[in-house]
Ligand binder design. Structure first.
Ligand code: DGP
Ligand code: NA
Ligand code: NA
Length: 211
């Protein structure tokens, strides 16, 4: 029987270098013989994704609860495909997940418990890499972009909300270091995790996020 792939989630505030580091990690896993794919949430190509994209670009407005549910639906609609990939041995590196979902909406003022509910029962990550960067450091990187959430005050709150969501699957990565050092820290963390799961065995896939 084929060993299932790992579900590796990468989280962090905007400008933390997440997307670059996700690409590097995928390349490194592939080079070392692991069937690996990159997944990005929100997936802006689906029907829900198009609504989310329009909202983020401030081309449309939506109630805070409604957009929260859309982001969650955008993850739910991918679960069947992702679980099939994992079951057939593909490791997934996921750029943002339900932690972003809760952190951004609760930073906007929605109740944290309410925010967690729609994502209950999503695939449980094996490991969450949190690329941590202060908002001052994030701003030094050429400022935030033009999208809806890319504002200092909100980002400070988002970082705070993220830290409330950590559990023992989380690994904090100091994202203020050089790109190469961040890459090295991520790789060391993944190698350690793989060594441990070779020793202890990998848990079966679980759909019990937050439970
Ligand atoms: P990105 O494509 O990774 O830059 O993400 C787009 C923006 O959307 C970014 O500011 C983070 C935010 N975001 C990502 N996922 C969620 C989510 O599930 N809920 C909310 N409210 N915002 C999210
Ligand atoms: Na962004
Ligand atoms: Na998302």
């Amino acid at each position: 029987m084929v060993q299932r792939g790992l579900l590796i989630v990468v989280e962090g505030c905007d400008r933390s270098g997440k997307s670059t580091q996700c690409e590097n990690l995928v390349a490194k896993l592939q080079q070392t013989g692991n069937d690996t794919e990159l997944v990005k949430f929100p997936d802006r190509t689906t029907q829900t994704g198009k609504m989310i994209d329009s909202y983020l670009q401030q081309k449309s407005d939506l109630d805070d609860h409604a957009i929260h549910l859309l982001f969650s639906a955008n993850r739910w609609e991918a679960m069947k495909t992702l679980s099939e990939k994992l079951s057939t041995g593909t490791t997934l590196v996921v750029d943002r997940y339900a932690f972003s979902g809760v952190a951004f909406s609760s930073a906007k003022g929605l109740d944290l418990e309410w925010c967690r509910n729609p994502d209950i029962g999503l695939l449980t990550p094996d490991i969450v890499l949190f690329l941590d960067l202060t908002i001052d450091e994030a701003e030094k990187r050429g400022g935030f972009g033009q999208e809806r959430y890319e504002k200092r005050d909100l980002q400070i709150k988002v970082r705070d909300e993220f830290t409330k969501l950590q559990d023992d699957t989380w690994k904090f990565i100091d994202a203020s270091q050089s790109k190469d050092q961040v890459q090295q820290d991520i790789w060391d963390t993944i190698k350690q995790f793989k060594q441990k799961s070779t020793k202890d065995g990998i848990q079966p896939l679980q759909f019990n996020l937050w439970k």
